[in-house]
Design a protein around this ligand. Structure first.
Ligand SMILES: Nc1ncnc2c1ncn2[C@@H]1O[C@H](COP(=O)(O)OP(=O)(O)OP(=O)(O)O)[C@@H](O)[C@H]1O
Ligand SMILES: [Mg+2]
Length: 315
């Protein structure tokens, strides 16, 4: 079973509004209201790929109730600790005419010490059954920035494979605990390393320096360009297939799920990067975060181009 953690779950509302503009009343032509947040998106894709998963985190108030009900309707297993304050709502407006995507994301509830300790207990109790632990997204107010580092250490003690996909201080603090995999996108990678590099090859070389600090595998997703996968022994660059683009919200989450699916089935680094890239791209051609089909992911995987680099570790 793969545990995902979402500290800031959301009720995600996505509206399609052709010719969206300010200062006007709009009626969406299409809409979707679903439980969201990065870990939940990862769980959704894992489940679609046939893996057992448990989505853990917080949910509170009216929106928290909607999130719980939505997860039940989807049949996604979850353990969400109740919070006194309401979970957040995130609104995305997709304008297919202009090709734009506008997001309004609430901040989310403040987490009390008691709520955090209830989740901490629940997570530690489930860790021994887990094959992997995925820590995704930002850390809400009230939760210390080293929480991911603590959970990574706890998971490592249980022999559980750890994936960190976060940003800002949560990412910077989390990498100190040396997760098995870290998955920043281009912007997060620049934040983490302090270097805004342009080409995939430059990013792969910088990733190897990160590997040398003790993180076994660095995956950097580069949006429509593809991604890089770097370990001490092997470095690969992938190119995403051309797709009919709809929305990339959750593509990084699908990418993580694709990678874990490949790993579960014993794929090597190239095969795992290929499946991860395909899952990200499958998500980008689908409305809503994490609703891509297994069939679409597997057929795109055959179209992903990969290239091996020959970098030398400085360690
Ligand atoms: N326009 C696109 N066309 C094809 N593939 C895409 C596109 N956008 C994203 N992808 C795929 O999805 C993967 C992850 O995308 P990206 O780097 O945008 O993740 P992210 O910024 O972490 O996303 P999020 O955090 O919103 O889930 C990419 O490596 C690529 O394979
Ligand atoms: Mg991301």
């Amino acid at each position: 079973m793969i545990i995902t953690v979402t500290l800031n779950t959301a009720l995600d509302k996505t509206f399609t509004i052709p010719n969206f503009s300010l200062d006007r009343v709009h009626r969406p032509t299409e809409w979707k209201i679903v439980p969201g947040g990065k870990g939940i998106n990862v769980s959704r894709v894992l489940r679609e790929l046939g893996l057992q998963t448990l989505a853990m985190g917080f949910a509170g108030g009216y929106t928290g109730g909607m999130i719980r009900r939505g997860l039940e309707q989807e049949g996604l297993a979850s353990h969400l600790v109740p919070t006194a304050e309401d979970s957040r709502e995130c609104i995305t407006v997709i304008d297919p005419e202009a090709g734009t995507q506008t997001e309004i994301n609430e901040n989310g509830p403040r987490i009390s010490a008691g709520e955090l300790s209830a989740l901490d207990d629940a997570l530690r109790a489930r860790l021994p059954e887990a094959e992997a632990l995925v820590l995704s997204g930002s850390i809400p107010p009230g939760v210390p920035p080293d929480i991911y580092a603590r959970w990574i250490s706890a998971a490592k003690q249980e022999g559980v494979f750890t994936v960190l996909d976060s940003s800002g201080p949560a990412l910077a603090e989390g990498v100190r605990a040396k997760p098995d995999v870290v998955k920043p996108n281009r912007r997060e990678f620049a934040e983490l390393t302090g270097e805004d590099l342009l080409t995939a090859d430059e990013i792969a070389a910088r990733s190897l320096a990160l590997v040398d600090t003790g993180i076994p595998c660095v995956l950097v997703s580069l949006g429509r360009a593809g991604a890089v996968a770097v370990t001490r022994n092997e470095q690969w660059v992938s190119r995403s297939p051309e797709i009919p683009f709809v929305s990339a919200v959750g593509s990084g989450d699908a990418f993580v799920a694709g990678f874990l699916f490949a790993r579960h089935h014993g794929e090597d680094l190239e095969g795992s990067l290929r499946l991860a890239t395909a899952a990200g791209s499958a998500n980008a051609m689908t409305f809503g975060a994490g609703f891509c089909s297994r069939e679409c992911i597997l057929s795109l995987a055959a179209q992903v181009e990969t290239r091996r680099l020959d970098l030398e570790s400085k360690d």
